[in-house]
Design a protein around this ligand. Structure first.
Ligand code: PLP
Length: 382
């Protein structure tokens, strides 16, 4: 049905009507006082959301732009770095670092498994000459729905003393507790179309004092994504270049909604939705790629040995207008992913589980006990 599409993918995520309406306004001049005032409010609220007293820089870019900024502003030609790679986004960090001539040591894990922090520890402890300039970790690996143990990897990085910790928090920011200042995370990158409840188009980067010192000596080429320019501008509630004014209108409203809900409540909501989804999926006789201990609160990844995954996604979309995300690369056709982050509530999970149940029945699954999956999911919601 037209205009009835329900996005259950890990970005872009659904956008509240109040945000859409705010974005429908006529843009104002980005150098005027009215806009400065909005930027001032947005900037304060972003610090609250990111749990940092440092500026959160806003880039006109998708999350990958924020990732690239995190590399080119804090590293130099030939620097050695450690990158955790257990999925599509870990791999993207590796590719970005290679594009800028960095020496990359990859710590890998099978897709669906979390990174082993002890491997980071060994490499960092053995680095007596302090050659490792940064450790890069994807907190919530969106391609597999796996959480990496950032807290432990960060502790080992802190013990090293020299290396910066750079974090991909694209699907963890706003969904999962990520106390940036308390943990001392140096550079944290995220993007608007995931947990922020606004459309794609903005990248966010927070930067620690330690990272700003390193920035002074970084010699990788940069211009549009030179974060020094964004820092200077944000101190005057402004931008170095023309920002997407209407997206900032949307962000202003979305941040107000988040503040009204509260950080702890937001994190609890996402965790509950994730648990309910997993319970429902299990009751449907489908398999979960990630183990309970390392399951992301933002994405649930589903596989099946008996039902064709591509057919499930096709029927969900054709019959129910529910969009699920397919697997990427070698996971194509083997998994589907349910995004439950941002503007997502209990009703959305119950609807998705119910429609999945019917879809499986339509595909000839005779083991389905009607209503069982929803009642299993409800145990985590009521
Ligand atoms: C979405 C995402 C990104 C950024 O992707 P863009 O398409 O550039 O927004 C980076 N890392 C993770 C973990 C993501 O989920």
């Amino acid at each position: 049905m037209q205009n009835k599409s329900m996005l259950m993918i890990p970005g872009p995520t659904p956008v509240p009507e109040s945000v859409l309406l705010a974005m429908a306004q006529h843009p104002v001049g980005h150098r005027g006082q009215d806009f400065n005032q909005i930027v001032s409010e947005v900037s304060q609220n972003l610090k609250w959301l990111h749990q940092t007293k440092e500026d959160v820089l806003i880039l006109t870019a998708s999350g990958t732009g924020a990732m690239e900024a995190a590399i080119i502003n804090f590293l130099s030609f030939g620097d050695s770095i450690l990158i955790g790679n257990n999925g599509k986004f870990g791999e993207r960090w590796v590719n970005t670092a290679h594009a800028f001539g960095l020496k990359v040591d990859e710590i890998t894990a099978e897709w669906g498994k979390p990174l082993n922090p002890e491997i980071f520890k060994t490499k960092l402890v053995n680095d007596k000459d302090k050659k490792i300039k940064a450790v890069i970790v994807t907190h919530s690996e969106t391609s597999t729905g796996v959480f990496n143990d950032l807290e432990t990897i960060n502790k080992y990085t802190k013990a090293h003393g020299k290396a910066l910790i750079i974090v991909d928090a694209v699907t963890s920011l706003g969904t999962t507790d990520l106390p940036i200042d308390e943990w001392g995370l140096d550079v944290v990158a995220s993007g608007s179309q995931k947990g922020y409840m606004i459309p794609p188009g903005l990248g966010f980067v927070s930067v620690s004092q330690k990272a700003w010192k390193v920035y002074q000596n970084s010699n990788l080429p940069k211009f549009y994504l030179d974060l020094g320019a964004y820092k200077k501008a944000i101190n005057k509630n402004s931008f170095p270049f023309t920002p997407p004014v209407n997206l900032i209108y949307g962000l202003q409203i979305a941040l107000k909604m988040m503040k009204a809900e509260g950080l702890t409540q937001m994190f609890t909501r996402h965790e509950k939705l994730a648990r309910a989804t997993r319970a429902g999926i299990r009751a449907l006789g489908l398999d979960l790629l990630a183990a309970d201990e390392s399951a992301s609160h933002a994405i649930t990844t589903v596989s099946s040995s008996k039902i064709d995954i591509t057919s499930i996604c096709r029927i969900m979309e054709e019959k129910f207008d529910i969009v699920l995300a397919a697997g990427q690369d070698h996971m194509k056709g083997k998994i589907f992913r349910i995004g439950h982050l941002g503007f997502v509530c209990e009703r959305d999970i119950l609807t998705t589980i119910t429609c999945l149940e019917t879809t499986l029945q339509l595909l000839g699954d005779t083991n389905i006990v009607p209503g069982k999956a929803v009642s299993e999911a409800l145990k985590f919601l009521l």
